[in-house]
Design a protein around this ligand. Sequence first.
Ligand code: ADP
Length: 244
Amino acid sequence: MINIQGLVKRFNQVEVLRGIDLSIEKGQVIVVIGPSGSGKTTLLRCLNVLEVPSEGIIRIGDQALDFSKRMAKKEVESFRKKSAMVFQHYNLFPHMTVLQNVMEGLVTVKKEDKGKAREKAAILLQKVGLADKLDYYPNQLSGGQQQRVGIARALALEPEVMLFDEPTSALDPELVGEVLQVMKDLAGEGITMVVVTHEMRFANDVANEVLFMDQGRIIERSTPSDMFMHPKEERTRQFLNLIK
Ligand code: ADP
């Protein structure tokens, strides 16, 4: 489903991703952990081409982009539709209702007519437990509810891969569970997911594999139980000791 080869990302002269190679099978849930600044967010953003990689090839589904070559804008646009991102700070449109937020991508990106888009958006909002909040504005919702809108909005684009960038780290502790539950339900449906999170319980319960990143590289990759109980690398051990 996803294949990454030799992915390098530089900001100015600084190499932030230093040669990432990674394959992810369809339906897998991959959790990415690692210290702050290790490149986790940049990796997700490169997958969605919110950041343009400096080098490397990324394939998602049937389309590959080779970032050492020039490419047409159209090619990048169609590639970006293969994944959808859920952001740490939700990034909802404040002047639009919940329903409009979820419809927006359907109407502008997928060019669906408004009636159909409204119907689809309502179904998705029901799925994330917000059927009674369609006409609310984001600032009338709790953080957990806003993030569930963020998830519905990403799902509306029918991506092949869902990318989650620390989706619960801006939430008060009592609101984390409701968002993780929605993510668990999605995982149960077989949606391919790449999740940057510090929620080790979620990783343990839901992830097929956990990746540990440090200084722009994938240092270790294994099942959650191996990663948490028997980490191989010293750096992984140190990191896990710090967050326990
Ligand atoms: P993580 O998600 O693991 O905390 P990031 O991917 O956010 O790490 O950041 C990795 C490194 O890249 C950090 O040193 C960060 O300062 C740098 N970085 C991220 N985005 C930019 C940017 N737009 N411009 C310059 N440096 C950036």
